[in-house]
Design a protein around this ligand. Structure first.
Ligand code: 2NL
Length: 343
């Protein structure tokens, strides 16, 4: 009897610990414990050998054992039915799935992709770099002296914990990183997000997007710069677009220029967009300052280069007439949907 009681305790523990990973394991459990030749039936059979005076007590123990096995099986069966692939007759697997509505590309992505694809056709490769930059790559290496206004705390987001690090204020830092590692010929276009500490308004934001280009090789001239940018403008704004250069100043180029295109609204006749001048400014450019080339160990007697930088938002404004910079980051679906179908 003692033996039988111990055995029942062991079976109970086994039942308790049992977990079915699938329907097959559960069926094996049923056969083992509850089948016609199963353990429960077997143990019940032992009643024959129990002396009469103990039959009542043993009967209760055996009954409880049987119920424990049955309840375990029922509860596992229920839990398992949700796991097993029972095909409900209500599910028609041949029906098409629920449609996922396709979104639209963000206007700034559309314009950036267009820019990149135009420059790629001219042999420019895409280069990217970190948005958290160090002072050297963002300022010093780019010929921005210690007291330059762009270094002012007002304009730049410095990292609190280590003000030698900052959120890049232009993508020129990417070009600096490439010149550091790569020797001429270098022909890259660097699209990316940049940050400035500005009060947000229709015309200013604390982050925006740029695409900067750099071409360094032997015999690169201002004529190459003009022809490259003219090609870009004609591809971006159409064959009727004209360009003009005005002298300007950037610390990393000499000579420097700003480039205008004929007004995209009036075609040059004069309207409110171009303030009746017929021209709108789209980018800054110039010949890479020889000091910059020397900074990176590129022989400025042998090599020359041109560089340019433009705002993606600005090009987008001229192409799609977006007149408030805040629209780009407000995620207003009524704005974004208007670019459905644009590439
Ligand atoms: C602008 C003007 C410009 C550059 C960016 C550059 C970068 C290197 C060397 C020389 Cl590494 N130049 N970049 C040059 C001229 C103008 O950007 O108005 N950007 C929105």
């Amino acid at each position: 009897m003692e033996e039988l009681l111990k055995q029942i305790e062991n079976y109970k523990a086994e039942i308790n610990d049992f977990a079915a990973a699938n329907a097959e394991e559960l069926e094996n459990f049923r056969i083992k414990f509850l089948g016609t030749k199963g353990i429960v039936k077997n143990v019940m059979g032992e009643m024959r050998n129990v002396p009469n005076e103990s039959k009542k007590e043993f009967g209760q123990i055996l009954n409880a054992f049987k119920i424990a096995a049955e309840e375990k099986y029922e509860s596992l069966k229920e839990a398992n039915s949700s796991l097993t692939t029972h095909h409900s007759p209500l599910t028609d697997l041949s029906l098409p799935g629920d449609p996922i509505t396709a979104g639209t590309r963000h206007p700034l992505s559309i314009v950036r992709n267009q820019m990149v694809s135009i420059f790629k056709r001219l042999g420019f490769a895409v280069a990217e770099g970190p948005e958290i930059e160090d002072d050297w790559h963002n300022f010093t290496a780019l010929n921005l002296p210690e007291n330059h206004p762009a270094r002012d705390m007002q304009d730049t987001f410095y990292l609190h914990q280590n003000p030698d690090y900052l959120l890049r204020t232009h993508t020129s830092s990417v070009q600096a990183r490439i010149m550091e590692k790569q020797k001429p010929p270098i022909r890259i276009i660097c699209p990316g997000r940049v940050y400035r500490n500005e009060t947000i308004s229709a015309r200013a934001h604390c982050f925006f997007h740029q695409a900067e280009g750099l071409y360094v090789d032997e015999n690169v001239s201002f004529a190459d710069l003009k022809q490259t940018l003219y090609f870009f403008v004609q591809e971006m704004f159409g064959k009727d677009a004209k360009i003009r250069f005005r002298p300007s100043y950037f610390p990393f180029t000499e000579p420097s220029a700003e480039m205008d295109i004929s007004c995209t609204v009036c075609g040059g006749k004069g309207c409110s967009l171009c303030k009746h001048t017929g021209w709108v400014e789209i980018l800054g450019c110039g010949m890479v300052h020889p000091k910059m080339l020397d900074n990176f160990g590129i022989d400025s007697n042998k090599y020359t280069g041109f560089a340019f930088g433009m705002g993606v938002e600005r090009i987008c404004q001229l192409k799609y007439r977006v007149n408030d910079l805040r629209l780009y980051s407000q995620n207003d679906i009524r704005f974004l949907r208007q670019f459905t179908g644009a590439v």
